[in-house]
Design a binder for this molecule. Structure first.
Ligand code: CO
Length: 135
């Protein structure tokens, strides 16, 4: 079902400082910080030859990653995102297999304006998984 690793998301209390480490110390190509108020995050994209890292900082009062930062004040790996061909087919197969989809289960537009769902970490070795329809 799953295809390419689309990105790994790392939550951080300070996306500018995190981006500087990726740029200065690790020599990676990084974007400017991009505010995504609808998603409650400011993101910096780190472009790697085979995938992306997304550095996420909470934005606004209802950020979905604020609790994660409260529990992990220095930041940490928040989720991994795998590509799927058809998000609805993937969702239905996962539900049939007993997996728990976060929210109401309906795909919604993610940070890349493509449909995504999130899978509960308890079913996947404690890792929050995002599935994104690749095209
Ligand atoms: Co993501």
């Amino acid at each position: 079902m799953i295809g390419k690793l689309n990105h790994v998301a790392i939550a951080t209390p300070d996306v500018v400082a995190a981006a500087a480490i990726y740029y200065d110390t690790l020599g990676a190509t990084v974007s400017e910080p991009i505010a995504l108020p609808d998603h409650g995050v400011t993101v910096v994209f780190v472009e790697l030859p085979n995938t992306k890292i997304e550095l996420l900082e909470p934005l606004g009062a209802n950020s979905p990653i604020q609790k994660f930062i409260d529990n992990n004040p220095s930041g940490g790996m928040h989720h991994v995102c795998y590509e799927v061909e058809d998000i609805t087919v993937a969702r239905d197969a996962l539900l049939a297999g007993g997996a728990k989809i976060l929210g109401d289960g309906a795909p919604r537009l993610g940070a890349h304006n493509k449909p995504v769902i999130f899978l509960h970490p308890k079913d996947f070795s404690g890792t929050l998984i995002e599935l994104e329809q690749a095209s």
